[in-house]
Design a protein around this ligand. Structure first.
Ligand SMILES: [Zn+2]
Ligand SMILES: [Zn+2]
Length: 317
């Protein structure tokens, strides 16, 4: 039902006309893209998505010999597509290695299935895979860590998941960490940081990294919307229906998500414009922001934006 409704409006506020064929080959279209305006059949849509992701990666100067890209693989649809696309892109680059890291937060009734999906995928693609758990790294499962503060679930989980990924990536000698954040996630984060008045978080650019203490993070899927990712997985047969995280999204993200979906529908390109605004502000303030913001946490020595890093703040309560 979700799919049918979304598909009719995909890419713009106009519906996909059944009697119009793919702009490139005339076959039945699965998507209408707005910039430049065209309808694409399954085959050309999949090609277009891969080309856009690859262009973004090349722009970031990646794929040089010696690069070891660690993909944060939750097993959900975003990271699944990220690994599939990167696998295709990297296989034609000599000296570039792809590894996958799955963080097991310890969420009963949810993680087991996605971890199994992650293992399945990496085995099928022949990619080195490591699973790290909250209980190993932080001494307890997320379910236990959240026992008296479920309302903070996504904050606590997000902070610890980022750290777990960074620790595992460093152990595996990764030069870059790639995560499956999509266009919708990025636009939502921009708006949420503005609504929270969190300018430092809005301006923090983790893609550059710092020497010796910070593995640069890339988000190759941020050129694709959630709908495009679902469409890609559906038409390529890689879509699997997996359970949603029982802690779900926080209240603010839920509202921002609904609001942005509505704005995007009525004013196509809203998400891109939000992200572009953030990038323009970042560039304007680049000098002030780039130096001096990050330091070492006094308790654990990890990279931090304050005296105590977010992990020590979250765990130290
Ligand atoms: Zn076509
Ligand atoms: Zn710390």
């Amino acid at each position: 039902m979700y799919w049918q409704k979304e598909r009719m409006n995909f890419g713009s506020s106009r519906s996909l006309m059944a009697d119009e064929g793919c702009s490139l080959c005339g076959k039945p279209p699965v998507a209408r893209l707005i910039d430049p305006e065209r309808r694409l059949c399954a085959e050309h849509f999949v090609e277009d998505c891969a080309a856009r992701v690859k262009a973004g990666i090349m722009e970031a100067g990646l794929l040089a010999p010696g690069d070891r890209i660690a993909v944060g693989l939750s097993g959900g649809k975003d990271s699944t597509l990220l690994l599939i696309l990167l696998h295709g892109i990297v296989s034609s680059c000599t000296g570039v290695h792809l590894i996958a890291i799955t963080v097991d937060e310890g969420i009963a009734g949810y993680r087991e299935e996605t971890v199994a999906a992650a293992v399945d995928l990496t085995t099928r693609l022949g990619i080195e895979h490591r699973i790290v758990s909250f209980s190993d790294l932080f001494g307890a499962d997320l379910d236990v860590l959240l026992s008296d503060r479920e309302a903070e679930a996504c904050t606590v989980c997000g902070v610890l998941r980022r750290r777990a990924l960074a620790v595992a990536a460093a152990e595996m000698g990764a030069t870059h960490i790639a995560t499956g954040h999509n266009l919708d996630d990025e636009a939502q984060s921009v708006l949420m940081n503005v609504l929270r008045g969190d300018l430092s978080k809005l301006l923090l650019d983790t893609s550059e990294g710092l020497p010796d203490c910070f593995i640069p993070r890339i988000k190759p899927l941020s050129v694709l919307s959630e709908k495009e990712i679902t469409t890609y997985l559906l038409v390529s047969g890689a879509y699997t229906d997996l359970p949603e995280c029982p802690y779900a999204g926080g209240a603010l993200r839920g509202e921002v998500r609904g609001m942005l979906a509505d704005l995007e529908f009525r004013y196509p390109g809203t998400r891109w414009r939000l992200i572009r605004s953030r990038d323009q502000v970042r560039n304007l303030l680049a000098e002030e922001v780039s130096q001096g913001v990050l330091q070492r946490c006094v308790r654990c020595g990890e990279v931090s934006s304050g005296e105590l890093c977010s992990v020590c703040r979250v765990l130290g309560r």
